[in-house]
Write a protein that binds this ligand. Structure first.
Ligand code: HEM
Ligand code: MTE
Ligand code: MO
Length: 510
């Protein structure tokens, strides 16, 4: 797995070719993980799920109680709304970290219908009143509990397959995926689901979780975080993301893949491959490849195992055609058609005839990026042989490479350095790395970024990434991780904690 936010919290995606090689079902160890903070240590025996609010009889359920209820089990593609964010970050840094195109995975989930549990609690329905089902996780985050909510109408319709899941790929959940229980909302972004679920509350109001409002939004491109807060648009209901949008990406050719052309027979074919997914249960009806910047499109073959998948077939019901899973696609093209091709791009279509935009629209959270996925094709000569090498837009996390990565532009590190220089008095104190390393605890926590020493102690509590993210690096040089994770705003904020320079003989590499 490629780690995206340093040592902690754990956020990771599989390398895209490896993910697709697994086929339709993603093995649990390769399923992407998105954790806002530490994973709580919970046990099946002692965990309780509380159901309360506008219900006749509140429930306090054990995991055995829940596992004894009728269950359903089906495959589902989960996607983080930040999938493909690194492409947005290459346009302008957003307030999110560098997801590549593999914040998407397809596992088999097992659980009890949420409707069933709400009916056990005697939910009080009132068609004249709004009703939301609110969810609370038990993970401890800097801004309170993780949670979200759904309108009741969506939850009570069995066609939507909304479950409280305790099984994944035939086993209990793993800690990273929400053990012992989480919500699963097919057709929605992963961020609306709640792992480590502790409470379900029936309310006449939406969730009041910080993350329900401040995460998983697409704001208009002119808004940065400051203006969004000043104009209070985080609460604008138009900008919240619930359902997924259409997306697709190319896995083969992989980034940096080479084909030596002169060795190959004239009629050799190359198979371009990738994935596509839709939101809201829509079917993927078409995937197309362009070799000429979208002037003409070639129809790819779709691979859609979902309707025939034994668990899906066995349910024997598909009142509405619903597709909760990704579509793989492939297209064999004569190799020679790549010789004069500069770019391979892909777009998918759903059953409502919606498709993906050609170009990205930057937004401050870098979410729902679904422009055509474009792979550049470069000719090269090696040992007097002619070949092609492929370049994806980016590589996840800190992995270098990608045509969107500005090669000549000053590095992000340099910016930190400049800003810190302006605030650094000329007679700045200097510290050796061994001195810095003594400030390694919650009461006294120093870090080094780009040869500057910062005392982060007073910021631990307020840190949006949680205190552990900093503490785990206390007394060390975190230049690379820090630069990779943070926005320009965060980098500027660093100056408030400046205490001196790293002694020159021990300077870390820029
Ligand atoms: C005094 C030093 C630090 C400051 C001022 C700071 C500031 C911030 C800010 C403002 C954010 C919100 C997102 C953004 O604007 O980029 C953030 C998120 C984050 N920070 Fe820091 N940070 C500091 C140190 C660190 C260190 C040393 C690490 C670990 C290497 C770290 C890891 C993270 C992570 C993982 C997130 C994102 C959490 C998530 O989205 O799940 N931070 N930080
Ligand atoms: N309690 C809790 N639930 C959570 C999160 C979290 O950090 N804490 N992250 C959310 C996000 S943004 C996503 S995309 C999915 C990821 O689920 P996964 O890690 O099992 O892939 O969980 C969601 N539920
Ligand atoms: Mo997410």
């Amino acid at each position: 797995m490629v780690r995206l936010t340093g040592k902690h919290p754990f956020n990771a995606e599989a390398p895209l070719p490896l993910l697709l090689e697994q086929g339709f079902i993603t093995p649990t160890p390769l399923h992407y993980v998105r954790n806002h903070g530490p994973v709580p240590k919970l046990s099946w025996e002692t965990h309780r799920l509380i159901v309360e609010g506008l219900v006749e009889k509140p429930l306090d359920l054990s995991m055995d109680d829940i596992a004894s209820l009728p269950y359903i089990e089906f495959p589902l593609t989960m996607v983080c709304a930040g999938n493909r964010r690194k492409e947005q970050n290459m346009i302008k840094q957003t307030i999110g970290f560098n997801w590549g195109p593999a914040a998407v995975s397809n596992a088999i989930w097992k659980g009890v219908r949420l409707r069933h549990v709400l009916e056990l609690a005697g939910i009080k329905l009132d068609p004249t009143q709004p009703r939301y089902i609110c969810f609370e996780g038990v993970d401890k985050l800097p801004n309170g509990f993780y949670g979200s909510s759904l309108p009741i109408e969506w939850v009570m319709n069995d066609a939507n397959d909304i479950i409280l899941a305790y099984g994944m790929n035939g086993e209990k959940l793993t800690p990273d995926h929400g053990f012992p229980i989480r919500t699963i909302f097919p057709g929605y972004i992963g961020g609306r689901t709640t792992k480590w679920l502790g409470k379900v509350v029936v309310s006449d109001k939406e969730s009041n979780s910080y993350y329900h409002f401040r995460d998983n939004r697409v704001l208009p491109p002119e808004f940065d975080a400051e203006r969004a807060t000043k104009e209070n648009i985080w609460y604008n209901p138009d900008y919240i993301i619930y359902k997924l949008n259409i997306n697709s990406a190319i896995a083969a050719p992989a980034h940096d893949e080479k084909i030596m052309m002169s060795k190959l027979a004239r009629n050799t074919e190359y198979t371009v491959k990738g994935y596509a997914y839709m939101g809201n249960g829509s079917k993927c009806i078409r995937v197309e490849i362009s070799l000429d910047y979208g002037k003409t499109w070639l129809l790819a073959k779709m691979i859609q195992p979902e309707p025939e998948f034994p668990l899906v077939k066995a349910r024997g019901m598909n009142p509405l055609p619903r597709f909760w899973c990704w579509t793989f696609w492939e297209l064999s093209i004569p190799l020679h058609s790549l010789i004069r091709c500069e770019e391979i791009s892909v777009r998918a279509w759903d059953s409502n005839q919606n498709t993906q935009p050609r170009d990205p629209t930057w937004n401050v959270m870098g979410m729902m990026n679904n422009c055509h996925y474009k792979v550049k094709v470069h000719p090269f000569v090696e040992n007097e042989e002619f070949g092609l090498i492929f370049e994806h837009p980016t590589q996840p996390g800190t992995i270098p490479g990608g045509w969107m990565v500005k090669k000549e532009a000053p590095k992000k590190e340099a910016k930190v350095d400049e800003k810190s220089k302006t605030s650094a008095p000329s007679n700045a104190k200097t510290f050796t790395m061994s001195q810095v390393s003594k400030h390694n605890n919650e009461k006294d926590c120093w870090i080094v970024v780009a040869n500057k020493v910062y005392d982060a102690t007073s910021f631990l509590k307020a840190h949006p990434g949680g205190k552990t993210a900093i503490l785990i690096n206390a007394g060390t040089d975190v230049t690379e991780e820090f630069n990779d994770i943070h926005s320009e705003k965060a980098k500027a904020k660093l100056n408030e904690f400046y205490v001196g320079d790293l002694a020159s003989d021990k300077k870390s590499k820029l």
